[in-house]
Write a protein of this length. Structure first.
Length: 208
């Protein structure tokens, strides 16, 4: 129960639970907060699986098609929970949050922390949609567009950290959020290493 309470207490500061709100609004915010944390965690897994798929570091354990399939499933789940997180606030009755507030960042004086979350989700959706035009763009150009996913994750991390007092306090949720970010950051840095350096560190198998 303590963990559940901590999860729900990590709602954005501007949308924190208030005794003046109805139980309905509090339920909406509980759903939105939980969906937000799930979206962030799944997005971190998506980034990790994407790097492992592209580099082939896990090919000795799992085939590339399975890695790619898992990567896409995680991405769809992350975006789905992200949409649920943003749209949920539209249905609250105690505070005005229009659909445009969940789509366009910084509209009508929106907070920076909320805007970063919207940017992260919008970019993530854009990357997902780009798959539909992959053949027209060509793999190289599409792959460059796909790098926007890292910006999407960074914006989502900024939103999660700045909007949640629980994360800022570095409690259990905070450690989890930063741990996911550290894992993604480490894999990203290792990906930038030259192939020989990666093989020397036994991160990647040597080519025969």
């Amino acid at each position: 129960m303590h963990l559940v309470h901590a999860t729900f207490s990590g709602a954005p500061s501007s949308l924190a639970l208030d005794v003046g709100y109805t139980p309905y609004d509090q339920g909406i915010r509980h759903i939105a907060t939980l969906a937000g944390y799930l979206s962030y965690g799944l997005m971190a897994l998506t980034v990790c699986f994407g790097i492992l798929t592209t580099t082939g570091w896990a090919r000795r354990l799992v085939s590339r098609p399975r890695m790619s399939g898992t990567h896409m499933v995680l991405a769809v789940m992350a975006l789905s929970f992200g949409v649920l997180h943003g749209v949920s606030y539209v249905f609250q009755t105690g505070q005005s949050f229009r659909p445009i507030n969940a789509i366009v960042p910084f509209v009508a004086g929106g907070e920076i922390s909320v805007g970063m979350g919207i940017i992260g989700l919008d970019l993530g959706i854009a990357v997902a949609i780009s798959i539909l035009v992959q053949k027209k763009l060509g793999y190289r150009r599409w792959h460059i567009v796909h790098w926007i996913a890292y910006v999407s994750f960074a914006a989502s991390l900024a939103h999660t950290f700045t909007a949640s007092a629980e994360v800022q306090a570095l409690r259990l949720l905070g450690v989890g959020v930063l741990g996911c970010a550290a894992a993604c950051g480490l894999l990203f840095l290792l990906r930038l290493l030259p192939a020989r350096a990666a093989a020397g560190l036994r991160i990647a198998p040597e080519e025969s």
